[in-house]
Design a protein around this ligand. Structure first.
Ligand code: UTP
Length: 291
């Protein structure tokens, strides 16, 4: 029987320390890229990939995410009374994106632990995981590309991109071979977390997009805390490799690390320039800017 992807998990309980002080009282996932919070880009990508159920892993101080995706009756009534129909449509569409469920991670004990919090809500079916601070700009949304690849191989798939030189040391790295039938699919033999450049088995880095089979929960429960006492998702995927095939997927598009200050600034400029209403004016202003 072929398995379908219906559910998307968004780990959003981390502390966002790289973005302090902005993230002291504001969730990193709610930082605004042009005119939408980061997490909305991810939720829209999951919906475009066919997901109908969104599971957000939250923690202390993260309730603005729930308010953002909830219906805002006062705002809608006020916009309707003033006949601001375009703005009303924007406000309404956010709360109608998908069925969203929230569950809490009591302590930020790592990405693997955050994903484990979704075990009951996901149940016994494959699901996707999107890290909301990885923003992928792509003609076909990144997760949609990956779901199409999943429909082909029916196995776990890790979003991957080639990074230059020593930059690989900041990522999980794949020891892998592209499939002859589809070179974007990389058959994974092994994975190394943050390798020294000279020890990296390839330049194929893992990014914040995953499709995982439900056995991953058993694997997370079986691993020991790794670096910083955290349960690492990569350790659990390594364990999964003993039971099932795992693939990398070399997606088409451009990723921005919006959880990092410089990455966020770059994403702001690129998304600002592409914005249907703001792009032209922003472009003009940038041209006149003395660099
Ligand atoms: P990051 O490592 O980028 O997020 O994890 P962080 O820990 O919040 O950020 P820094 O490094 O301190 O700046 C990627 C995603 O996983 C979530 C984060 O919220 C982020 O969206 N995460 C991470 C959890 O939900 N729980 C955790 O224990 C760790």
């Amino acid at each position: 029987m072929t398995m379908k992807i219906r559910k998307a998990v968004f780990p959003a309980a981390g502390m966002g320390t790289r973005f302090l002080p902005a993230t002291k009282a504001t969730p990193k996932e709610m930082l605004c890229l042009v005119d939408k919070p980061l997490i909305q880009y991810g939720v829209e990508e999951a919906v475009a990939a066919g997901c109908t159920e969104i599971i957000i892993i939250t923690g202390r101080g993260k309730t603005t995410m729930e308010d953002h995706f909830d219906k805002s009756s006062e705002l809608e009534a006020s916009l309707a009374a003033k006949n601001k129909t375009a703005l009303l449509e924007i406000a309404r569409s956010v709360s109608k994106l998908a069925k969203i469920t929230y569950t809490r991670q009591p302590e930020a004990l790592g990405l693997g632990h955050a994903v484990l919090m979704a075990k009951e809500l996901v149940g016994n079916e494959p699901f996707c995981v999107l890290l909301p601070d990885d923003i992928v700009d792509a003609k076909t949304p990144c997760m949609k590309q990956m779901v199409e690849a999943f429909n082909e191989v029916q196995s776990s798939i890790l979003g991957s991109e080639v990074v230059e030189g020593a930059a690989i040391s900041a990522y999980g790295c794949l020891d892998c071979t592209p499939l002859a039938s589809n070179p974007r699919l990389l058959e994974v033999r092994d994975m190394v977390e943050k390798p020294k450049p000279e020890e990296a088995p390839s330049q194929n880095a893992i990014i914040g997009r995953y499709i995982l089979t439900p056995r991953i929960f058993e694997m997370i429960e079986g691993i020991k805390p790794g670096a910083g006492g955290e349960l690492q998702l990569t350790d659990a995927i390594k364990a999964l490799l003993h039971y099932e095939k795992v693939y990398g997927y070399s997606y088409e598009g451009k990723r921005h690390d919006a959880g990092d200050k410089l990455g966020f600034l770059k994403a702001t400029v690129e998304f600002g320039l592409k914005h249907p209403q703001l792009g032209a004016g922003f472009h003009e202003w940038l041209k006149s800017f003395p660099l």
